[in-house]
Design a protein around this ligand. Structure first.
Ligand code: ADP
Ligand code: MG
Length: 378
């Protein structure tokens, strides 16, 4: 465990070695004296955003700060992984692999079939204005992307802002059309679906958990979920028991009669999950679903999504730029400049190890090349 008291004492010791008072350190960090006093007595930890400036000021490495002591140079490497794992474990909480195993054994009976097949898909946006320029430009937002998603898996798409994640998700969602390529959902090619049929296709085959605009504000939570069910041939009598048992699973049964604006962001997102899963969609699409949540609510939502895969056999494709969120997935596709550069599978390792693997991959991708997004002037 990360030792808050030890870290606090270390900060205090290093501050005094610099000959600064608490107020002087506080001033340099542009925070209150009280915050420094709280760290130094082990009552709180510095905010993540302050770690690096704090290290610079106190002349210590990030590892030394987390370890709460100076580390001899020859031990740097050895201690680095140890400390990183500590931080990750603290941040993510403890892992629970048993349930994942039970799902794997279930899958062994029937070979996984692909719910989603994306083949050589590209999307070029024409006539993109670039600031004051008036000439026509185009942007290749998705560049020759191919991948498959087997039934029951939880796949994440990661990448920096502007790498094409949302565009790719919108193509799969039939909200946008690719310039080239094929996209099959449960065997059906959705690229040629006419616009009028697309909305119907979405209601019947897809579930959505986006960052905003998930629920209709004029309906109660119960009505929002029930509305999704009316599209399926579900008998009237079975709607209430279906919603009730699902709400218990998702811990929203107490708020079914409330309106979306009366519940928390985390509860809203879990309601969106309920509404998405209740129609038994082929695939659930999530774009930065934790983007507006605090870390507790985010973890609760991610656990919910993982549970939907495990217990309801849901297939999920989730876009995120957050490593913590991605560590809940079974597989990550890494996008850069519209391309899928590489992928990572979570085999038997814990969420913590997977988290560290994801970080290493991101580092590798960032270091690999620094080519800019393609902009063509015709
Ligand atoms: P991400 O979700 O990874 O941040 P996006 O898919 O939103 O990335 O964007 C990828 C690229 O495509 C960006 O360069 C963006 O400016 C461009 N783009 C996205 N949507 C449009 C659009 N509707 N028209 C023109 N360009 C777009
Ligand atoms: Mg996006």
């Amino acid at each position: 465990m990360m030792n808050q008291i030890k870290i606090g004492a270390f900060i205090s010791e290093r501050r005094k070695a610099k000959g600064w008072t608490q107020s002087q350190l506080a001033e340099k960090l542009e925070i209150t004296d009280k915050a420094i006093s709280k760290w130094e007595t082990g009552r709180s930890m510095p905010d993540l955003s302050l770690f690096l400036p704090l290290c610079t000021l106190l002349d210590v490495t990030l590892n030394e700060l987390f370890a709460g002591e100076c580390i001899a140079e020859e031990k740097w490497k050895e201690r680095a992984d140890e400390v990183l794992m500590d931080v990750i474990t603290n941040w993510l909480g403890h892992d629970n692999r048993e349930k994942v195993h039970s799902r794997e054994s279930k899958e062994n009976d029937t070979p996984p079939e692909n719910v989603l097949e994306v083949e050589n898909v590209s999307k070029r946006y024409e006539n993109v204005s670039t600031g004051h320029e008036t000439k026509n430009n185009s942007v290749l937002a998705v560049n020759d992307v191919s991948f498959q998603i087997p039934h029951g898996s939880f796949v994440g798409i990661m990448g920096a802002s502007g790498s094409g994640k949302t565009t790719l998700l919108n193509l799969v969602a039939t909200i946008d059309k690719p310039t080239n390529g094929t996209i099959r959902i449960s065997g059906q090619n959705i690229v040629d679906i006419p616009d009028e049929a697309a909305a119907e296709f979405r209601r019947r085959h897809l579930g959505f958990v986006f960052q905003e605009y998930n629920l209709l504000e004029t309906l109660t939570i119960y009505e929002n979920i029930a509305l999704a069910l009316t599209i399926k041939e579900v008998s009237k009598e079975s709607i209430r028991p279906t919603i009730q048992s699902l709400s218990e699973k998702l811990d929203i049964s107490a708020i079914l009669d409330k309106f979306p604006y009366d519940v928390s962001g985390g509860q809203r997102q879990r309601c969106a999950c309920a509404r998405a899963i209740v129609v038994n969609p082929d695939i659930i699409l999530a774009d930065e679903p934790t983007g507006a949540l605090d870390s507790h609510a985010a973890r609760q939502l991610l656990n919910t999504l993982a549970m939907l895969c495990r217990e309801y056999g849901a297939t999920i494709l989730m876009v995120t730029h957050d490593v913590m969120a991605a560590s809940y997935c079974d597989r990550i596709l890494f996008m850069k400049d519209g391309e899928i550069k590489t992928s990572l599978n979570r085999e038997q390792e814990s969420k913590q190890t997977f988290f560290a693997d994801i970080l290493k991959k991101i580092e590798w991708i960032e270091g690999e090349s620094h080519d800019v997004l393609e902009v063509v002037n015709p």
